[in-house]
Design a protein around this ligand. Sequence first.
Ligand code: COA
Length: 151
Amino acid sequence: MLQIKKLEEGQNFPYSLLLLADPDIQMLHKYLHTGICYVAKLDNQIVGTYIIKEIHLNHMEIMNLAVLESFQRRGFGKKLLEHAIQTCKENGYKRIEICTGNSSIHQLHLYQKCGFRLWEIDHDYFIRNYSEEIVENGIVCRDRVRLVKEL
Ligand code: COA
């Protein structure tokens, strides 16, 4: 059974997994020290992760949600997202946000199925901030989409 727990102090961060969601290691370092990292284990193997970070009073953001490639499409991504939502709710947060790219069709599907709504578009965010072009599902990733769920 999948077990999702806070990464304990002294445990190594699952870097390769976290970087699957966003290859920007400098940004990742920033989040790691200001956010909380959760890991999902199956038979003692880390198969998924996410970070949550307070971005405003009562507002949390989920970052670097990722599932190991060979374990994707088994519902673990959805379980991690639901876990993040529940954790924020239990801690009294009123809103949860998540960002993705315009070309991340499966992520947009998953987030909306979990109740997130499209909120804001930062046009050309990925063109401005990433040195290499990102193409997914045959679409150039240009714009950052922010989705929001009220808790
Ligand atoms: N093709 C078609 N549908 C897909 C899909 C794919 N490649 N990946 C996910 N889905 C759909 C599933 O069918 C499911 O929909 P359903 O509930 O209608 O059946 C839904 O998305 C959730 O699938 P799930 O199995 O829970 O997702 P996952 O375990 O594969 O994890 C990610 C989803 C996004 C976390 C995972 O693909 C991943 O780690 N990707 C790389 C990192 C990344 O992009 N992170 C997000 C950064 S914004």
